[in-house]
Design a protein around this ligand. Sequence first.
Ligand SMILES: [Zn+2]
Length: 394
Amino acid sequence: MTNHELVGRALELLKQGLVPFVERELKNKHGQAWFEHTLSVLSESQARQFGTADKPRWDVATALGVVWNEWDVVFRASLGQAERTHIRELRDARNRWAHQEPFSNDHAYRTIDSTARLLTAISAPEASDARKMKTNLQRPRFVEQTAQSATRSSKPTKGTAATSFELKIGWSAWLGVAALYVISFRALAHLDGGERVLLALTGPVIILASVLAHELGHAFTMTIAGMKVQKIVLEIWGGYTQGAKGENPFKLPTGKYFWTFFAGPGTNFLIAFIAFLVQRKAAPGSTPQVVSEVVVGLNLYLGALNLIPVFPLDGGHVLRGILMAMTGRRVLATLISASLSIALGAVGLIYSYDKLTTDGISALRWGLVGLFSVVVLFASLQALKNIFDRSADR
Ligand SMILES: [Zn+2]
């Protein structure tokens, strides 16, 4: 097979994988108006051959062109800078291919490589075929070196980043686990030896696992929404899921935005429900029954706590998502949810300041509430800033 034929096969795979993604994203963004809108960004000759709304006639050039032209409006939310580079390279390669220009081994390899990477980034099933094509090719040494340095200089997180990410448990989280062990061991003094140790030991593990499950819920839905997840971090004050650099879930379309944030608490509720079923089946007083009861309580608590409708908690985003769906207006939805968040933060701050005069454990509790209220106020302002700040989705 000639290099020209190889590139042709890669472009065919690219078309199969890319078109459903492009059409889906366009529909997400523009709804019914997607076809009219797409016509308006195509070149005249492309628009003439684009078919009808019921039967659009995509080819690889149209799909690549639409992603390129609609980058800011539609695709920036789900693709990163590395994908933009692939799109540019592939448009160029497609033009060369259509004009019957020759491809060097190096250029053919790079085209197939970019095809595989782009298809992987959008989770297209054709990605594995493209990767196979790549491994079947005799890989010249010098290409390997240029490919490596290109990857390093453009962005290290791309490629496999769609499905793999780092898990980091901070030292403060371990400190929290140790403290919890001591606290629960003391609090469980009324139980007999075996059960006391078991519960004291499992409690912190269950908390850590439940918080992790919560974050995995976020990470999973973020990946489905087309975002790259970089890492999950657990610290003593909770956990967070961080998208790759330049990814801002705030810019996701309404449905994806809602589910991305609801997935955390939703996972906790799901676990609570399953543990509840176990608890009902298990013999009263048995270890599975006692442990699953703890799992139910903890996950209900975690889910409910995170749904308090303030930023930066999931609840603030979930409320904003609901308002976006109800009003169809992002700015209005952000204004309402951030205002409510600011109001609740202010109340929390004033109330906790008032209560801080009490002593002992209550003072500590109200101190934490006050501190959290300050965090809420900052995060609410950040949410407001997000609507005006175009650079936030750089
Ligand atoms: Zn969360």
